[in-house]
Design a protein around this ligand. Structure first.
Ligand code: UDP
Length: 499
């Protein structure tokens, strides 16, 4: 689709997400928030990914938002990926990751050809940090590139400062705790809690080097967070990178209608009516929602422990299980154990994709057991429910620190070891049924002597209120989106600088 000439005065934002659920979904929300401010948005995607969000975008277009899906064929065949492997969630093995990134690189030419043909020239590119080649595209079109990391300011600042000072090198072991330098508040971590991108070199070093080079020349950074949540870290990060930072979150809150929430991110594996009827049938503030994100590859024996803990804790639950490589083993266990039948009064299993934002916004939800992916964290915050944290890898352990120690809106399930993609079997079971059950009972039980838990619940509600304020009319999200758009309208290429 090309835009009519009558629109040529409008700013035109080109959004280029990484093809992974945790990166695409917030960018789709971002597209809407920008379009609601009168901007024309081109959202770059591929056929399979487009099919997951097409109904949402179509609805936006019907509502008058100028969002255009730019569907670029993904060259999976050309690089030797399995058929229709267009999203990190469908990559069967970590060994294929280089091929996946190579295929992402091959999207550059088709995108540039597409942009050249447009009557409405692009005003800027907002792209995922891993879509580093977009900095060349931006240069060709003489427009600024803005980076989207997909994580919050706290984790970004921690990672930045550890790297800058090599703070992790001075400790003798992965479990020894050290203080992260130059944080606006004291943060103690061990090496184990840091993203591998910060501490280790490995087979993705070449990609990371390109990511960092492209980042250093970017015009600024856009974040899915809000001022009242992470203000001191946002300011400190901005000072460190000496670039503009716009915090336009929490973006998930732009999904106001039930249909938007239901269709967000993928085709849901549960029928809308069934899901809502189940939630409605539960008492207010009684259900634990359990979802470990779109990339979870925990081994079946670990998931058995989780299932048994859910059952033993005796609270209603929704358990989202994604269909991974070893799903068959888990499915067999569920059948052999008669798990669903045994738990049919209080448990709902969603095998595949769950409408997370819809579920979290329902009044029957009391707690959220999360893997601490940043989107889930901020969606949990918006819902005002306390969390049980079960980080696995990447910056998830830092997000856990934010939830448990800084914001004090959750409790840790007690995972002490990273379970990185490809290492699940080697690491084995990291947390047992009785430990999981203990955390669930702590968060979900109502006892008289539970001052600390009550405080956690109260604070989660308060922070939820701040999130709603941020995305409400005149809130920080709207103010910062307007500032971002104004900055792009006023942007002039610096005479001596290439970006
Ligand atoms: N999500 C969802 N349904 C699912 C699994 C995930 O809607 O069954 C969404 C979730 O709401 C979030 C995103 O997928 O927006 C996952 O991003 P996050 O950063 O939490 O974790 P990741 O999947 O990247 O590890």
């Amino acid at each position: 689709m090309s835009f009519p000439l009558s629109m040529t005065k409008k700013p035109h934002f080109v959004l280029v997400p990484l093809l992974a659920q945790g990166h695409m979904i917030p960018m789709i929300d971002m597209a809407r928030l920008l379009a609601k401010q009168g901007v024309v948005v081109s959202l770059v995607t591929t056929p399979l990914n487009a099919s997951r969000s097409a109904s949402n975008i179509k609805q936006d277009q019907t509502n008058g938002l100028l969002i255009n899906l730019v569907v670029i064929p993904f060259p999976w065949q050309e690089v030797g990926l399995p058929s229709r492997c267009e999203n990190l969630d469908s990559l069967p093995s970590r060994d294929l990751i280089h091929k996946f990134y190579h295929a992402l690189d091959l999207m550059q030419n088709p995108l540039e050809e597409y942009l050249e043909k447009q009557k409405l020239p692009p005003s800027c590119i907002i792209s995922d940090r891993y879509m580093y080649w977009t900095s060349e595209t931006a240069q060709k079109f003489n427009i600024p590139r803005i980076v989207f990391h997909g994580t919050g300011a706290f984790a970004l600042l921690c990672s930045h400062n550890v790297k800058l000072h090599n703070a992790h090198v001075s400790v003798a072991s992965n479990s020894e705790v050290f203080e992260i330098p130059e944080m606006p508040l004291r943060v103690d971590v061990s090496r184990m809690q840091l993203p591998s991108a910060v501490i280790a070199s490995g087979n993705l070093d070449d990609i990371r080097a390109r990511v960092e080079k492209a980042e250093s020349s970017a015009y600024g950074v856009v974040m899915n967070t809000f001022d009242d949540l992470e203000r001191s870290c946002i300011d400190a990060y901005q000072e460190k990178i000496k670039k503009k930072v716009w915090c336009i979150g929490p973006v998930s809150m732009c999904n106001k209608e039930t249909l938007d929430k239901f269709t967000r991110g993928n085709n849901s594996s549960i029928n809308e009516k069934q899901c809502i009827e189940w939630l409605d049938s539960m008492k207010p503030k009684s259900v634990l929602y359990v979802c470990l994100g779109s990339q979870c590859r925990l081994i079946p024996s670990q998931l058995f422990e989780l299932g048994l803990a859910l059952e033993a804790s005796n609270h209603p639950f929704i358990w989202v299980i994604n269909r991974r490589e070893r799903f068959k083993e888990l499915e067999k266990w569920l059948v052999d154990e008669n798990f669903e039948e045994r738990n049919k009064r209080k448990g709902l299993l969603i095998i595949g994709w769950a409408p997370q934002v819809l579920i979290l916004s329902h009044p029957s939800i009391k707690g959220f057991l999360t893997h601490c992916g940043w989107n889930s964290v901020i969606e949990g915050i918006c819902s005002g429910v306390p969390m049980i944290t079960w980080p696995m890898f990447s910056e998830q352990f830092l997000n856990e620190i934010l939830i448990v120690k800084i914001l004090k809106i959750g409790i840790s399930v007690g995972v002490r070891v990273q379970v990185r993609w490809g290492e699940e079997e080697k690491v084995g079971v990291v947390i047992r049924k009785h430990e999981i059950k203990k955390s669930i009972k702590r968060l979900m039980d109502e006892r008289i002597d539970e001052e600390e838990e009550e405080e956690i619940r109260k604070r989660a509600q308060e922070v939820g209120g701040l999130a709603r304020k941020a995305i409400g009319e005149g809130g920080s999200a709207e103010v910062n989106i307007k500032l971002l758009i104004q900055d792009i309208i006023n942007f002039r290429i610096p005479s001596q600088q290439s970006f």
